[in-house]
Ligand binder design. Structure first.
Ligand code: ZN
Length: 436
């Protein structure tokens, strides 16, 4: 059995190989429909067919075929471009950058001596290396590390996905915090924003930057293949009835178009389902049991009374505050921070199977991927709205589940349609309470 590394290399190699194979299939089908079918059989029938020309049918088939081919090719090129050049990678951490630099050096013979020298230096002082690794992850020593800067992009928002202690999710391979819904792609060795799946058919990873074009591509390919299948099957049946023979080009065309029509119809249905539920293929794997842990901002006006443990308003949910205390570590504080620039979050949990990103209706969910106008739905123009991260509220819009969590915890401001906050209205406290 192949090792994971070998399997990874095979997957990447296959993903690079398949696009030219697909191109070959399209060129072959286009030739089969244009020359043997439309020109040699319908427009100017070869003498062996012994038929009168059917110019109208030939012209109509040629026109429809190429009209259907254009959107398929354009969306594929758009998809391929985004998969290769705008894949939606998260930046990597300092340590990962250093490791990659070392790997690059190893590939350059002229730098081999310097590399060996650095390796020796590390060997001579193993404690220093360990300390350095720890510092990068925990931000110790009061130095503003890259991870501190990354943290800021989380705690300046209103809601983010977190661990049990309130810190954002961490990728130890990339050495950085993972934004909501990011997933580490094994094949590419990088965290990808809202990664959907690794797709060898398009040469890489389908993510928030390319999922819309992926849906458009499978829909247009399904329509194109279905048309090619109907046309080649119809005239194959006709010629068999009249002459008892079959055209080999049309037969291959039937096989190819049936295969890809069936495949893309399945992909269309599953992709639309993901869009309708606002989940990714990866999130869908444990959709029915997943429990999301969310850090939800506590409004400023509630802070003082929440930290008073004698008060009837004292919450039953754990809380964390940012920014982390510089003199200890980047562990979030669990005490009432001084007034001013403080960001306090309640750590709340969804029920198993709830999707906090579900915006409430299938149409609103699909709009997050496809856009807000008919042109955006049909044409490969503009990025998906979910790939716009300019909002200060969260990395991705949250839906009614988060609204309900806020209401239950008494975190909604008065007059916002919320149930009035009552003492101890928060959800039951999970294990690992970080409040002191
Ligand atoms: Zn990663």
């Amino acid at each position: 059995m192949a090792s994971p590394a070998a399997q990874k290399r095979v997957n990447v190699a296959v993903s690079r190989l398949i696009p030219p194979v697909l191109l070959g299939a399209v060129v072959y089908a286009s030739y089969a429909v244009t020359k043997p079918l439309c020109i040699d059989y319908l427009l100017h029938p070869l003498p062996s067919y012994n038929r009168v020309p059917r110019v109208g049918a030939g012209a109509a088939i040629l026109t429809i075929y190429y009209v259907l081919l254009i959107p398929m090719v354009v969306t594929y090129l758009h998809l391929y471009y985004h998969v290769l050049w705008r894949p939606g990678y998260l930046p990597v951490g300092d340590q990962k950058l250093r490791d990659e630099q070392n790997d690059d050096d190893e590939k350059r013979p002229e730098k081999s001596r310097r590399r060996r020298h650095r390796k020796k230096a590390r060997k001579a002082d193993p404690e220093k290396t360990v300390q350095s690794d720890t510092d990068v992850e925990r931000g110790a020593g009061g130095v503003v590390s890259q991870s501190d800067l990354q943290l800021e992009s989380f705690y300046t928002q209103d809601v983010f996905v977190c661990q049990q202690d309130g810190r954002p999710l961490w990728c130890s391979t990339c050495d950085q915090y993972k934004t909501d819904r990011a997933h580490h792609c094994r094949e590419l060795g990088r965290c990808v924003r809202k990664m959907d799946h690794f797709c060898p058919w398009v040469g890489g990873v389908v993510s928030e930057t390319s999922f819309k074009f992926f849906i458009q591509f499978v829909v247009y390919t399904c329509i194109y293949c279905t048309f090619a299948l109907i046309v080649s099957a119809y005239f194959t049946a006709e010629i068999r009835r009249n002459t008892g023979a079959a055209n080999p080009y049309w037969c291959v065309c039937i096989g190819l178009s049936a295969l890809f029509a069936f495949f893309t119809a399945g992909m269309t249905l599953s992709s639309l389902q993901m869009g309708i539920f606002n989940i990714t293929t990866i999130e869908n794997l444990n959709r029915r049991t997943a429990v999301w842990t969310l850090a939800i901002r506590v409004p400023e006006y509630m802070l003082d009374r929440l930290w008073d443990t004698e008060s009837p308003w004292a919450p039953t949910f754990p809380m964390v505050s940012y920014p982390p205390e510089a003199h200890t570590s980047n562990q979030p504080q669990a005490t009432n921070p001084p007034a001013g620039e403080r960001h306090v979050f309640a750590i709340l949990h969804t029920q198993p199977g709830e999707n906090p990103f579900d915006l409430g209706t299938p149409f609103k969910n699909l709009q997050q991927v496809m856009g807000h106008s008919i042109a955006e739905w049909l044409l490969p123009i503009k990025q998906s709205p979910c790939a716009d991260h300019s909002s200060m509220e969260s990395h991705y819009p949250f839906g009614p589940v988060v609204t309900r969590l806020k209401q239950e915890a008494g975190l909604m401001p008065p007059g916002d349609g919320a149930v009035p906050p009552t003492p101890h209205s928060g959800r039951s406290q999970p294990e690992g309470n970080t409040q002191t």
